[in-house]
Design a binder for this molecule. Structure first.
Ligand SMILES: [Zn+2]
Length: 133
């Protein structure tokens, strides 16, 4: 069965490989490293090299490992935004928190919003400007 594909919104390059979604990242303290996330929406397992450390609550910058685009969401800087295509070829925008340890994911399609994670906000709080809904 086809799995979810994750794409960079800028270069449309595939972000998944080897069963993970891969990002180039940088911490507050300007340490850089690769972060591997689960392709399963709502799963918050995070893999990285033992030498690459960050604290819960730290704001992490996420970049496309292919084109180096900054992946922070335009509407809410605390989130990362990438694209997802599911097994039915439905396209979504996926937003998730770039605060280490925070569990919130928003799956936006043309006519639906799904919210995942214990730390997720109400949709009203996700955008400062409600015209994006
Ligand atoms: Zn890219």
């Amino acid at each position: 069965m086809k799995k979810n594909d994750y794409l960079c919104p800028k270069c449309k390059g595939h972000l998944n490989a080897g069963g993970f979604v891969i990002f180039a990242t940088k911490t507050n303290k300007q340490n850089s490293g690769l972060i591997l996330l689960s392709p399963k929406v709502g799963s918050y397992s995070v893999k990285h090299h033992d030498a690459y450390r960050f604290e819960d609550g730290e704001l992490i910058d996420f970049f496309c490992p292919i084109c180096s685009a900054d992946l922070r969401a335009k509407e809410n800087e605390k989130n990362v935004e990438i694209n997802m295509v599911d097994e039915n070829d439905t396209e979504y925008r996926v937003l998730f928190s770039r605060i280490a340890g925070e569990r919130s994911t928003y799956l936006l399609s043309k006519d639906d919003v799904e919210v995942f994670g214990d730390d997720a906000l109400e949709m009203d709080d996700l955008y400062e400007d409600s015209e994006y809904l």
